[in-house]
Design a protein around this ligand. Structure first.
Ligand code: SAJ
Length: 439
């Protein structure tokens, strides 16, 4: 009786294990380069062939992976990008790093996981270890992947092949915490699955944290991001309550943040963007609804966060009103549209809702964002204005939605007629200037 766990352990130890990473996005590409740098032969399987062409030109499209690293690893043969899933047949270890978005209905969209799994099923063989990294609801690994991998192969999980979940913890653009030094939680379908998956990841990642099951690992990730989403919802509601009370929410948050224990600072904003925080918690609430339980914290925080763009537009309307200007026909310049500062990603960004609402109300809207050249969303499309100074001078009202560090906020204030600052980017200067309205 072959002991596949021992065989894999040796292959990982002597770096002869062949690794396949399915999905070369902001999670998969850093992971693939990390295993390649650790001495493994890594094949990156990416269905978007333009990404394959970019990588084979020695260029990177992911902020966290420099092009020179891609070039070196591909030239040395350590990293092989391909669009061909059949390479999996030669793989000993496979990590699935594909997107898990929401459908328009708000339900989880597992289509990317299903496509990857259906390809994997064709090539799964004895002695293979498979790790799912895509954020998803507890039970996905056991209820969706496991049956597909066993029903026709006759393979037994934990004996013939190994299956685990390990949540990605990539914060795009971050340099202090990377794929290498961010602790990695891993939970298997069986104890042997946890052991061998952990042993694999320990070859390239500084700290691996084994947990008792795939479900525990799936749920740990959802706790992490639900924690953020709910606390952001809390401070957004604090901003609304302080507005009603005539209090300065920014001063109050800064004061609370001086507490050296038992408190963690979050700041209000125009809403919740990105492909993680607004989405992951809804995977959890969806799963619990199927079990007849309502995750009230998640639903309430989601309601508050998704209501912030409309709240911001009401602040703009009120600010213009104070200057006898109707919103309709006013020239509005939105400054910063990416979902958070210094990233080039506009997915789920609240700026999309704010611009859409302003256009609906008849405002003339432009935006500036050095990271986002054009935006096409719903029934509108805009290009970033080239000259921000000219844009600010021409605008009846400027709205700071994303506080990129590249902006000269003093300059913006000097040239502006009216500013709605949703990020406190102007700080105390904004607090004392009658032309500035803050959340
Ligand atoms: N936001 C606020 N107030 C805050 C913090 C964030 O309004 O106090 C907004 C941001 O503007 C953005 C959204 O929330 O629109 C999400 O911001 P984020 O800082 O959580 O950034 P993300 O979406 O890139 O979150 C990632 C997550 N990483 C993973 O899921 C692996 C998250 O777990 C990290 O904690 C987070 O980065 C981080 O710490 O920066």
């Amino acid at each position: 009786m072959e002991n596949y766990q021992e065989e894999l352990q040796q292959k990982f130890q002597n770096r002869s294990a062949k690794i396949a990473i399915l999905g070369l996005g902001y999670v998969g590409l850093p992971l693939a380069t990390l295993f390649a740098e650790s001495g493994f032969e890594v094949t990156g399987v990416e269905p978007n062939l333009s990404k394959i062409e970019t990588l084979n030109r020695g260029e990177s499209y992911v902020q966290d992976v420099p092009s020179h690293k891609v070039k070196e690893l591909i030239q040395s043969g350590k990293l092989k990008p391909t669009g061909d899933f059949s390479v999996i047949k030669d793989a000993d270890a496979v990590s699935i790093c594909v997107p898990t978005p929401l459908r328009k209905t708000g339900d989880p969209d597992l289509s990317f996981i299903l496509v990857a799994t259906d390809e994997l099923v064709k090539y799964v063989h004895p002695g293979m270890v498979i790790v799912l990294e895509s954020t998803t609801y507890p039970g996905t690994t056991r209820e969706i992947l496991l049956p597909k991998l066993t029903e026709n192969s006759g393979l037994e999980v934990g004996e013939d092949f190994f299956l685990a979940f390990s949540p990605e913890r990539v914060d795009p653009g971050r340099e202090d915490w990377t794929t290498y030094n961010t602790p990695k939680v891993i939970g298997g379908i069986t104890p042997a699955c946890s052991e061998i998956a952990s042993f694999w990841y320990e070859q390239a990642i500084q700290t691996v944290v084994p947990v008792s099951s795939a479900e525990s690992a799936e749920m740990a990730k959802l706790l992490e991001n639900t924690f953020r989403m709910i606390n952001i919802g809390l401070v957004n509601e604090m901003a609304i309550m302080c507005d009603r009370l005539g209090l300065d929410v920014w001063e109050i948050i800064d004061a609370a943040a001086t507490k050296p224990f038992g408190y963690m600072k979050f700041t209000p904003g125009p809403g919740l963007g990105g492909h993680c925080i607004p989405i992951d918690p809804l995977y959890l609430s969806w799963k619990l609804k199927a079990l007849n339980y309502t995750a009230r914290f998640i639903d309430l925080a989601s309601e508050i966060n998704t209501g912030m763009p409309r709240y911001v537009v009401s602040k703009i309307q009120d600010a213009l009103n104070e200057h006898q200007m109707p919103l309709k026909g006013s020239k509005i310049l939105v400054i910063g549209t990416a979902y958070k500062p210094d990233v080039d990603d506009v997915r789920e960004s609240p700026s999309l809702d704010i611009i859409g609402l302003l256009l609906q109300k008849g405002a003339e809207v432009d935006y500036h964002d050095p990271f986002i050249p054009t935006i096409a969303h719903d029934d509108w499309m805009l290009e970033s204005v080239d000259d921000i100074e000219e844009g600010v001078s021409k605008a009846d009202c400027v709205v700071i939605v994303t506080d990129h560090s590249t902006y000269n906020y003093e300059d913006i204030l000097n040239k502006a007629t009216l500013v709605v600052d949703t990020r406190n980017a102007l700080g105390n200067v904004g607090r004392d200037d009658p032309r500035v309205v803050r959340l």
